[in-house]
Design a protein around this ligand. Structure first.
Ligand code: SF4
Length: 114
């Protein structure tokens, strides 16, 4: 039995996931917690947030995020890819910064207009 805290909403339910019973979840306040608990043990994913360099703006870095969840094991590789990015203002919120980042099928997008 594995114990987790659900991060899907601020309630933070304490989940118990039974690896020996098809990852059955208890302690969840809603069905999203059951999905999260099972996925966290079988294929954990995360939305990545970070910043990249930007030229010609009032601040030196622009916040970015993935527009979907990526496999947790690829976070380091994606952060390395972001190191090579330098945007030029103007940038619009939602603008694609890296398409299909590291072959994940997910884009990195700007999280702010600058
Ligand atoms: S199980 Fe549902 S109610 Fe509980 S923290 Fe997760 S999303 Fe929120």
């Amino acid at each position: 039995m594995k114990e987790l805290i659900c991060i899907v909403c601020p309630k933070g339910c304490h989940l118990k996931v039974d690896e020996n019973n098809d990852y059955a979840v208890t302690g969840n306040g809603c069905p999203r917690g059951a999905e999260y608990g099972k996925a966290e043990l079988t294929n954990p994913t995360r939305v990545v947030t970070s910043t990249v360099r930007i030229g010609g703006a009032s601040l030196p870095r622009c916040p970015v995020k993935t527009n979907g969840a990526i496999p947790k094991g690829m976070i380091f590789e994606i952060m390395k890819a972001l190191d090579d990015v330098e945007l030029t203002a103007p940038v619009t919120v939602g603008q694609v910064v890296i398409e299909n980042v590291c072959g994940t099928g997910v884009n990195v997008v700007a999280a702010r207009t600058m």
